[in-house]
Ligand binder design. Sequence first.
Ligand code: DP6
Length: 320
Amino acid sequence: MNKTVRAHTNIALIKYWGKADAQLRLPLMSSLSMTLDAFYTDTKIEKVTGPSQFYLNNEQQSAAASQRVFTYLKKLQDRFQVTGNLIVKSINHVPTSAGLASSSSAFAALAAAFCQCYELEVTPEELSRLARIGSGSASRSIYGGFAVWQKGDSDQTSYAYALDEKPAMDLHLLAVELNTKQKKISSTHGMKDAQSSPFFKPWLKRNDLELNEMIQAIKDNNFTALGQLAELNANEMHAINLTAQPEFTYFEPQTIQAIKLVEQLRAEGIECYYTIDAGPNIKVLCQLRNSKEIIQRFSSEFNNVKIVNASFGPGITYLD
Ligand code: DP6
């Protein structure tokens, strides 16, 4: 039976920020993420005799807005040698305003919904490869908990695997909506431009080290080591952007203010760390016992800013 598919977004703790092959979306580095329970995309794809259409949140999308989706689905059709027009219906439970990229859940859901539609039986590894072609970070949203996307060096060898689908770690992510403006530089463009930084290659060399340390921190259930590494890795990515030629940054004044607040909280003994993706918003990593206090401090500093408290989400699930 052709089911609706649910995929959750993920946040990288070790970032993917560079492509070796833009067509296949083969990355230059391995990455590691946490799948989030609070944000997800539900998608169903059906074959139709009429024209292909894409509905997002119950609204039919223009040809331009649908282009990335149908270009992607055509790639999958070619790969499996299947044809036909398609109706794609997606409901995005990822408020764009929350500062979280929806492409990870969107393309993971599309890949799985495509397989449902054509009754293709694929392994999680194959599904991860299919999602990767749509958006690199989507390769990790196939799994719950912690996932690692091993970079590989070909379409066959570049996919994510589940590191720990039911982690014991007390880990919360507070998504703070500092700035709701659309980002000016897409991830795809940002990661291309970043390669002009003199620090890009040295950063790549550190990837194995940081990834292994992060895997160890997870195995040891060591929140402090995980937070410190996630913050370092995110800052490295943003330092690369600042030293690209020409330089660019996703930071806005509120981003710096939020970083300072995290530092201040830490100085007061409230343990928390931050990570930042291709946008101005900050995600605070903390443990349950401190989450209330941190939310209160952010709310008073940023005038009742919207904050979503997320923890571990599951991998691909099939609804109906
Ligand atoms: C900063 O997966 O959105 O969130 O493959 O071009 O679609 P494309 O990029 P995308 O990039 C995500 C970048 C990041 C880090 C990460 O999620 O690893």
